[in-house]
Design a protein around this ligand. Structure first.
Ligand code: FCB
Length: 477
């Protein structure tokens, strides 16, 4: 078993270090047509036949909107230092750039106050993919530059509303998925399949990030608040002799975002790799300066290593690359090493990849503290009975978390500047196009009754947060 390989029980996270759990609005809130909320591209997409598993939608999800107080108590019961959630943009600005919906702002204000009252730091993501549908209809969503300006205004509204209380702000979550899955492969909302559209989205997300950071700096007042972005920077491992494939993926998937945001330039090789797709004329003078704003933190999401090799003979019309897509004139193939244990999603389990990623990021950006803003796993949970009470003994998930918390600790020991670790996810939730099949929560959600049941992993997390030392795996809570 994987957990036999784990040594822990004596590794302590020293302050300043935030331990927490994460969620996203569309994945948990429900109440899609309540409280003055406008439609998002995920409402439209999930209601389009064939786009999500079993036609699942986020209409109800974990109904967090109606379980706010109970969920706040649940968060407090896990001893979290911090809770990361996202704002539903169309809940606060139903058309994206028009009127403000006070009822939506009030909901998030209650959430933030409820966290602070329980001693939990609020960590807010502005864009976790649920773009107002109206911006898609009027401006082509992230294909259009107007959406970046709408995001600037949205960031300003949120900074003014919550900026006196929120500890950490992130502009985007995984703009990679937002652009390449949303506009490239079409696997995610809004379901556009065009390499050119994906690269336009990349740039307008980068521009929105810069405009958004500046808007937050103008409006937030909490003196120790920090501003960041959450990227799923891939740890890429090439098969021997296939280093060029790794360079391509690195340019298109990673440096297309870190370049503008952290260095103020797109890497030159990105233009070469995508020459057949676009001339990048949508990048206007001054944009890269705007994208490049000083950040207080870099958020990273880590789930698995990407193993690649070059595949020049693939059909050039074939968009697919390991389930995701990259516009590239030379094709890259992902490979799945057979030796790895896998999660319920089939994702390879390699905690060492997280250590390597964190060390590489500190080496490249020594001034920038890092937080692991998402890490976790879906497994096929079973509800059993212990002493006549229902329980989920999710040893696999707990082992996964022990392995990755330990990997984070190892990175710190070796000099990585890591200041936080957040588990994905607090609750089982709507896993995007995969619907309600995969369960990532440390707390089980019964979607019939909306009952919450902390799994063994939740007890483990509560102990980690209370003791700051990575607990051993136990058989029972
Ligand atoms: C990440 C997303 C998050 C969740 C996890 C499993 O890519 O940011 O919303 O779906 O994957």
């Amino acid at each position: 078993m994987y957990h036999d390989q784990i040594t822990s029980g004596s590794l302590t996270f020293r302050e300043p270090f935030l331990l927490g759990a994460a969620t996203a609005a569309y994945q948990i809130e429900g109440a899609a047509h309540e409280g003055g909320r406008g439609a998002s591209i995920w409402d439209t997409f999930s209601h389009t036949p064939g786009k999500t598993a079993d036609g699942a939608t986020g209409d109800v999800a974990a109904d967090h909107y109606h379980h706010l107080e109970a969920d706040l108590d649940l968060i407090a019961s896990l001893n979290l230092d911090a809770y990361r959630f996202s704002i539903s943009w169309p809940r606060v600005m139903p058309l994206g750039d028009g009127d403000i919906n006070q009822e939506g702002l009030d909901f998030y204000s209650r959430l933030v106050d409820g966290l602070l009252a329980r001693g939990v730091e609020p960590v807010v993501t502005l864009n976790h993919w649920d773009l107002p549908q109206s911006l898609e209809d009027r401006h082509g969503g992230w294909r259009g530059r107007q959406t970046s300006y709408a995001f600037e205004r949205y960031a300003e509204v949120m900074g003014a509303a919550l900026g006196d209380r929120v500890a950490i702000w992130a502009t985007h979550n995984e703009p990679w998925n937002n652009s390449y899955s949303g506009y490239g492969s079409g696997a995610f909302a809004p379901g556009v399949r065009s390499h050119e559209a994906a690269l336009r989205a990349v740039h307008h997300l980068n521009l929105a990030h810069g405009l958004g950071v500046a808007a937050l700096r103008r409006t937030i007042t909490r003196p120790d608040a920090r501003v960041s972005v959450v990227l799923n920077i891939f740890r890429i491992e090439a098969e021997p002799g296939h280093e060029e494939a790794a360079r391509r993926v690195d340019a298109i998937a990673n440096r297309a975002f870190t370049g503008p945001m952290l260095r103020g330039a797109y890497p030159a090789e990105l233009f070469d790799y995508t020459r057949h797709v676009t001339d990048w004329s949508f990048v206007q003078p001054g944009d890269l300066e705007t994208c490049h704003q000083p950040l207080d933190l870099l958020g990273v999401n880590y789930y698995e290593v990407m193993h690649v090799r070059g595949a020049a003979d693939l059909d050039p019309e074939n968009l697919s690359l390991g389930g995701t897509d990259f516009p590239s004139s030379e094709y890259v193939e992902t490979v799945q090493p057979e030796s790895l244990e896998r999660t319920g999603m089939g994702w390879g389990i390699e905690p060492q990849g997280l250590t390597n990623l964190l060390l590489a990021l500190t080496e490249e950006y020594p001034e920038l503290p890092i937080m692991v803003m998402e890490n976790g796993a879906a497994f096929h949970d079973q509800v059993t009975q212990i002493d006549g009470r229902p329980a989920v003994l999710d040893h696999h998930r707990t082992s996964y978390l022990i392995g990755h918390a330990t990997a984070t600790h190892r990175a710190i020991e070796q000099g990585a500047n890591v200041q936080g670790y957040f588990v994905w996810s607090l609750l089982d939730n709507f896993e995007w196009a995969l619907g309600y099949g995969p369960r990532f929560g440390v707390v089980r959600v019964d979607y019939e009754t909306q009952e919450r049941l902390p799994k063994l992993s939740a007890h483990w997390l509560a102990e980690l947060c209370a003791t700051r030392t990575i607990p051993h795996l136990r058989e029972h809570p």
